[in-house]
Design a protein around this ligand. Structure first.
Ligand code: HGY
Ligand code: MN
Ligand code: MN
Ligand code: MN
Length: 421
């Protein structure tokens, strides 16, 4: 390891990174299942802004320049020798699932800050600037779909495509975004989007493989594809006690029939079930009225593009064939095709892990990430750290201080290799 790199890696502080992870977990923190400390920190909310202010205070103390783009993506910049060169970009997201954990997303942002802080503390000046980004709305929990910040940044979709997304309270994405930017009017602004020299995101695995195989670093090879649909079944509300079955137009009954049929379509014995109904809403929603409307979401994933397209395109037909007395509409809300990271960035991650004497495993990501949208723009990759039992999107999500620090050290070395390359 070159002198500078060794000093930078050595300057990564396990204690500081852990302290910050735990402090961030208090913002939106709650005690959930089994007494575990969960985090519920939706995007574009006062909680999100409180977490961002805390991050900004740490970043400025570390000498990083802070700025925000029109999608409210937040950037922390460690200047390089040649500011005219395209920066290397790292980062992740700060928003969580409603029953989220203390590491999904925020680990990649804080590992990125830890890496640039250690590089600066070691007196190392990278050739290119290194930027840490906190992407807006990766989870899609409040405003579906997710990744609206990175999709806006990369031009995958125009930012205006998300304006009219609404949350459960009917608040529009554009209005929540405007509120965020107004609350952060004191922060320097930057234009939307640029082409990074490379992008590398650190994240917990959110799966069981690294822990099961006793490996310390995941060299991520790619991300499977995801498609989100919203199905709305319309019937008629009636009295639960007096309306004969033959006269009913019961949207819940038809919804259940459709979900049963979809499970048959989606469940491939050679495959794990990659089809999730995560949200169901029923109107009027009283026990003694037949449901007029039943709306449910579909999250369908697959690593093979053809299967993702063919089975996803078949969903609407299966839903329509399942209707006996109701009508249904099927709307696709999100589509991210499978991506492969190639060799450039994964190779740098693998070399850094080896240089630090850490065991590593090449594996694909089952979870989607903002990295998916950087692939068409620049050399892209991810590094994973193991998480307990592979559990995520649950309060018991956990990665230990040692695992978090190992990931941050590999990130620091990989970022320097990319920034000096
Ligand atoms: O849903 C996902 O895959 C990511 O964790 N948001
Ligand atoms: Mn995540
Ligand atoms: Mn997540
Ligand atoms: Mn992500």
């Amino acid at each position: 390891m070159a002198g500078g790199v060794a000093a930078a890696v050595a300057a990564v502080s396990e204690a500081r990174l852990w302290q910050r992870l735990m402090e961030m977990a208090e913002i939106g923190g709650f005690i959930g299942d089994g007494g575990h400390h969960g985090v519920n920190r939706p995007c574009l909310t006062p909680l999100d802004r409180e977490a961002r202010r805390l991050l900004i205070s740490w970043a400025r103390r570390a000498g990083a320049a802070v700025s925000v783009d029109p999608a409210a993506n937040l950037f922390l910049r460690l200047e390089g020798e040649d500011p005219s060169l395209a920066p290397v970009l790292t980062g992740s997201h700060m928003d969580t699932q409603p029953q989220g954990g203390r590491f999904d997303g925020i680990y990649g942002v804080l590992a990125g800050l830890e890496a640039i802080e250690a590089i600066a503390a070691a007196g190392v000046r990278p050739r290119r600037a290194i930027e840490v980004v906190a992407w807006t709305n990766e989870e899609g929990g409040r405003f579906a779909p997710g990744c609206t910040g990175s999709m806006s940044f990369t031009g995958f979709k125009p930012m205006s495509a998300f304006d009219d997304l609404v949350d459960r309270d009917g608040i529009r994405y554009a209005d929540a975004l405007a509120e965020q930017l107004a609350a952060e009017a004191d922060l320097p602004r930057r234009p939307l989007g640029y082409t990074p020299h490379a992008y590398l995101e650190a994240h917990i695995e959110q799966g069981p493989r690294l822990e099961a195989e006793g490996k310390e670093i995941g060299v991520v090879t790619g991300i499977q594809g995801s498609r989100w649909f919203t199905v709305s079944v319309e019937g008629r509300t009636d009295h639960a006690g007096t309306t004969p079955l033959r006269l009913r137009r019961d949207s819940v009954q038809d919804m259940l029939r459709a979900i049963g049929a979809l499970n048959t379509l989606m469940h491939d014995p050679a495959d794990v079930l990659r089809f999730t109904v995560g949200s169901i809403r029923v109107e009027p929603g009283t026990s003694n009225s037949v449901a007029r409307k039943a709306e449910f979401t579909i999250d369908f994933r697959h690593p093979d593009k053809e299967v993702l397209l063919a089975r996803g395109d078949a969903i609407a037909g299966v839903v329509q064939a399942s209707m006996t007395s109701c009508t249904a509409t099927v709307e696709e809300r999100f589509r991210a095709l499978p991506v492969e990271f190639g060799e450039r960035v994964p190779g740098v991650v693998a070399a850094a892990a080896e240089a630090q004497g850490l065991t590593s495993l090449r594996l694909p990501s089952g979870a989607f990430h903002d990295a998916q949208f950087l692939v068409p723009l620049c050399p892209t990759g991810m590094l994973f750290i193991p998480c307990r039992g592979g559990v995520s999107h649950h309060p018991s999500e956990y990665a230990g201080p040692d695992a978090c620090a190992k990931g941050a050290r590999v990130l620091a070395e990989a970022l320097l290799a990319l920034a000096n390359g």
